[in-house]
Write a protein that binds this ligand. Structure first.
Ligand SMILES: [Zn+2]
Length: 158
C-alpha cells in the first residue's frame, strides 16, 4: 500500500514539470554554411597535379564549374576584407566571418561587393568568371580558420 502510493507520486510529478516548462532563453539554430554556388565540384581540395602547370601542388580550395557570370553568394554572414587581382587566382574576394573563418573566392568575373561591406548569408558578393590561370570557367572556393586551411566540403554540402 505504501509502496504503490510512492510510485504514483514519483511518476506523476516529473511529467507535469516537463509539460509546463518553457525556456526563457530560446536557443536559435546554429548558423550553418551554405554553398556559394550550386554546381559540379570539378576539382576537390588537397594534393594534385596542377592542370595548367603540371606541377604537384596543394589545392587550397575546391573548384566549382560554373558558367561565366553566375551569382556567387556569401556562405555565411561576414565582412568583405579584400577585393583584388592576384596572379594565378585572377579577380578575387575575401570575406571575414566570425570564429576566425575567412572564405576566398577566385577566378571571378568581378566582385559585387566592396572592401568593408558587411554581407549577410546568401547575399550576392561576386560573379563567377574565368580570370587568372584556369582551364575553363569555374569558382575557386577556399576556406581558412585562424590561418589554417579548411576543406570547404567538410563545412558545406553541394
Ligand atoms: Zn582551385
Amino acid at each position: 500500500m505504501v509502496v504503490e502510493e510512492g510510485r504514483e507520486a514519483g511518476s506523476a510529478t516529473p511529467v507535469e514539470n516537463v509539460e509546463t516548462y518553457t525556456s526563457t532563453t530560446p536557443e536559435p539554430p546554429p548558423p550553418v554554411w551554405i554553398t556559394p554556388a550550386q554546381g559540379i565540384v570539378s576539382s576537390p581540395a588537397g594534393n594534385r597535379t596542377n592542370p595548367v602547370t603540371g606541377n604537384r601542388e596543394f589545392h587550397d580550395g575546391i573548384d566549382i564549374a560554373l558558367p561565366i557570370g553566375t551569382a556567387i553568394f556569401a556562405p555565411k554572414d561576414g565582412t568583405v576584407i579584400s577585393v583584388a587581382y592576384i596572379r594565378g587566382y585572377g579577380n578575387t574576394l575575401r570575406i571575414q566571418h566570425i570564429d576566425g573563418y575567412i572564405t576566398f573566392f577566385a577566378h571571378l568575373q568581378r566582385a559585387a561587393a566592396a572592401v568593408g561591406d558587411v554581407v549577410t548569408q546568401g547575399q550576392q558578393v561576386a560573379y563567377s568568371g574565368n580570370t587568372g590561370m584556369t582551364t575553363g570557367p569555374h569558382l575557386h572556393f577556399g576556406m581558412f580558420r585562424n590561418g589554417e586551411f579548411v576543406d570547404p566540403l567538410t563545412r558545406i554540402s553541394m
